[in-house]
Write a protein that binds this ligand. Structure first.
Ligand SMILES: Cc1cc2nc3c(=O)[nH]c(=O)nc-3n(C[C@H](O)[C@H](O)[C@H](O)COP(=O)(O)OP(=O)(O)OC[C@H]3O[C@@H](n4cnc5c(N)ncnc54)[C@H](O)[C@@H]3O)c2cc1C
Length: 492
């Protein structure tokens, strides 16, 4: 039996066809073979081993995973430098005259390298407690994978090969030269000026870092605001803060080509029907990531995948072959580390126990953006509730009216709560503001227990803290519901 491929609306769907079987002789046999030792794969490996299974990891290297090597951790390490420079520049607001900070770029990069090396060493030590096969894996059959001459046989596989930077599709971009997020984290010196293509979270976070260390940065994006997936008040708010900080954000910009003139890179774009150009020394291409599935020979395993959307999975993390699971960025669901880990754990339990545990993203799709002000969202957004036709009450409260935020001089942004008009159950919480990525956890905890705004208000909050700001929208919604529930006054 072998597998053919035919085009389907969602990509390639495997079609079984009869062919003479080839005899494959395995060199090793395991209960579970995991392809990719990043956040998702490593979580799956640990979970399966804890259940008593024999597990092998396969990784093309370098070991450590995207988050540690080229994602969350290096980017946040650099962003801390940008934020420090910004605070020094604005220390005069608090009565400290520190002047313009001098950024020692080689020292910044060295700190990043050392920090990341520490995280990577720790993770690699963990990975190496498993048998690790180095090299790119490819399926030979539904039960066999080849890596570097070894043939690993298993009844079950987890594919966790992550994502890669989306290919550069803008004409002239490759010829002109550019860097992506991998390159942005490894620069030998800061660009003299920078144009950023894309205003998603990676583009936004790193643009602000470069701007804060003194690089003139302009962002070009197709949508109406940064973070196009978020509610307008969040995206437009952040866009305005970037502009106020001196980072031009050109929205509704349709980039159609790149050229080089007098040694400068020129981006040609159309904005509201008008042809425009922007010149810069360097281009940061931040237009997303795609699943990393090349060379896996998925068709031999009967696993359907789409080149942009990723490997098809159900909520048990099973692919179109029920013995093969796919977790993390490679399935394109949510490109977030905590989701990759949760998916890895669910996949491992289902693989080893023949289980049917289903993943629930209603809370785990929570996400954050490490700009300043930060963005953090848990539960549904307004957009999502409207799309799902779910009625909701909404209340928001600005940081510039909040005592602690005023006291520490961090007044940008607002918090927003969305709740059911029936019983006040919290459906979503959004924060654009200082320390949003930490503040959101009180809403995450409350929502994970199904809290209503009435219950949220009863939770003690310390004063004066940024965290207590979330009680204000909760109170406002509670009041709206209480008023709506009051019987109408009897007519005189
Ligand atoms: C700049 C940047 C910042 C980010 N910041 C955040 C953040 O703040 N918070 C957050 O939650 N997420 C963030 N992310 C996203 C996060 O890093 C990813 O969602 C997460 O790391 C994906 O984990 P994974 O296990 O799916 O894949 P990975 O960690 O990429 O692991 C995939 C592994 O598979 C291996 N591999 C690939 N192909 C093969 C093959 N054919 N055979 C064998 N092995 C193979 C690779 O070597 C790699 O080790 C960021 C990403 C970027 C790029």
């Amino acid at each position: 039996m072998s597998i053919d491929w035919e085009q389907s609306p969602t990509g390639h769907t495997p079609k079984l066809s009869r062919e003479p079987a080839t005899i494959i002789t395995p060199t090793h046999t395991y209960d579970l073979v995991i392809i990719g030792a990043g956040s998702g794969g490593y979580a799956a490996a640990r979970t399966a081993r804890d259940l008593g299974a024999s597990v092998a990891l396969v990784d093309a290297g370098p070991l450590g995973g995207l988050c540690i090597l080229r994602g969350c951790m290096p980017s946040k390490t650099l962003i801390a430098t940008g934020d420090a420079a910004h605070q020094i520049r604005h220390a005069h607001d608090l009565g400290v005259n520190a002047g313009e900070p001098v950024v020692d770029f080689p020292a910044v990069m060295e700190r990043k390298r050392e920090t990341i090396a520490g995280f990577a060493d720790y993770r690699i030590a963990g990975i190496e407690t498993f048998p690790v096969y180095s090299g790119a894996a490819r399926f030979l059959s539904q039960n066999d994978v080849e890596v570097g001459g070894d043939i690993l046989r298993s009844r079950r596989f987890v594919i966790a090969t992550g994502s890669i930077v989306a290919p550069a599709v803008v004409p002239g971009l490759i010829e002109a030269g550019y860097f992506d997020s991998d390159g942005a984290l490894e620069l030998a010196e800061p660009p003299k000026s920078l144009v950023v293509l894309g205003g998603g979270y990676i583009g936004s976070e790193l643009s602000q870092f470069f701007a804060r260390i003194g690089v003139p940065v302009t962002i070009l994006l197709r949508s109406r605001h940064l973070l196009s997936g978020e509610d307008e008040d969040i995206g437009l708010g952040l866009t305005e803060y970037f502009r106020a900080e001196g980072i031009p954000v050109e929205t509704r910009a349709l980039v159609h080509r790149v050229s080089v003139e007098d040694g400068m890179k020129v981006v040609h774009y159309t904005q509201d029907g008008v042809e425009k150009t922007h010149r810069a020394h360097e281009i940061f291409y931040a237009l997303g990531r795609v699943p990393n599935i090349a060379g896996l020979d998925l068709e031999k395993a009967g696993v359907a995948a789409h080149p942009i959307l990723g490997i098809e999975v159900d909520d048990t993390m099973r692919t179109t072959n029920p013995n093969v699971f796919a977790v993390g960025d490679v399935n394109g669901k949510y490109l977030l580390v905590h989701v990759a880990i949760q998916q890895g754990e669910v996949a491992a339990r289902n693989a080893i126990n023949d289980g049917d545990e289903r993943i629930d993203y209603s809370l785990s799709k929570t996400h954050t953006v490490f700009t300043d002000p930060q963005v953090a969202i848990v539960g549904d957004t307004e957009k999502e509730l409207i799309a799902k036709n779910i009625p909701f009450l909404k209340a928001s409260y600005p940081f510039n009216d909040h005592g602690k935020a005023i006291a520490i001089g961090r007044t940008q942004g607002f918090v927003k709560m969305l709740a059911s008009p029936e019983d006040g159950k919290i459906l979503g919480t959004a924060i654009l503001g200082p320390e949003a990525s930490d503040l959101i956890h009180s809403a995450i905890v409350a929502m994970s227990f199904g809290a209503t705004v009435f219950e949220y208000m009863k939770i003690p909050h310390l004063h004066p803290t940024l965290a207590e700001i979330l009680t204000y929208p909760a109170e406002e919604i509670a009041e709206l519901i209480t008023i709506a529930r009051r019987p109408l006054a009897a007519a005189p």
